[in-house]
Design a protein around this ligand. Structure first.
Ligand code: ZN
Length: 217
């Protein structure tokens, strides 16, 4: 009898951990948390939350990140630092040019479907080297195999071509917008976006100021 009672809390705890809803943070709240962290980073008032040994032990049992971020591999744009967060907070995918190929899409889908993430941010950044390469290589390479990364960036370069302003900055913005749309195309995620349960948002990180400009589609 005693043993049976002792086992009950364990079973209950497992059930809670398995249920996505138990750990899910609403989209608006998650976005607010990210942007508040960025404000601390910009102001130089970092709190370094969730970076203690206690936190390490806590999340070793299971992860429930409150947001996902798709960022560039650029060494100046690490999400955990620019959003002032710690272990287990952000499900991060980083790839040059923050493009969304099949593996990236599958990774982010996983965070939504299995980890309970309800805010996904696509984070481009100013003067992105991958985008510069795509803009510079765009002319005269239409029929050549430019590799998977430049190939992914090509639609953004083509769509923003001829717009007033800096071609690289325009392509950076266009790429973020296109990737946001691309992430919302799977049936399940599209339905969640439509109902307002899931937010997929785009932002541009400013290397000079540390600020993030949110894009609207
Ligand atoms: Zn970059």
């Amino acid at each position: 009898m005693l043993l049976a009672f002792a086992a009950m809390p364990l079973v209950a705890a497992r059930t809670v951990r398995a249920a996505v809803s138990a750990a899910t943070m609403p989209a608006d709240q998650a976005l607010k948390l990210l942007l508040e962290g960025n404000q601390r980073f910009v102001a130089g008032k970092l709190e370094h939350p969730n970076q203690t040994p206690d936190r390490r032990a806590e999340v070793a049992k299971g992860q429930h990140p409150f947001a996902s971020v798709l960022a560039c591999s650029d060494s100046r744009t690490p999400p955990e630092i620019i959003f002032d967060r710690g272990l287990g907070d952000i499900f991060t995918v980083r790839v040059a040019g923050n493009v969304a190929d099949k593996v990236v899409i599958e990774s982010l889908d996983y965070s939504v479907k299995h980890l309970g993430v309800r805010t996904v941010m696509v984070l481009g950044h100013r003067r992105c080297g991958a985008v510069i390469a795509a803009v510079e290589g765009h002319e005269g390479t239409a029929d050549q195999d430019v590799g998977p990364m430049l190939s992914e960036l090509r639609p953004a370069v083509a769509d923003s071509k001829g717009e007033p302003g800096d071609p690289v900055e325009n392509a950076v913005r266009e790429n973020v917008k296109l990737v946001v749309k691309k992430l919302a195309t799977s049936e399940e995620l599209a339905a969640m976006v439509k109902s307002g349960e899931l937010k997929i948002v785009g932002g541009i990180y400013d290397l000079d100021t540390g600020t993030i400009e949110m894009l609207t589609n």
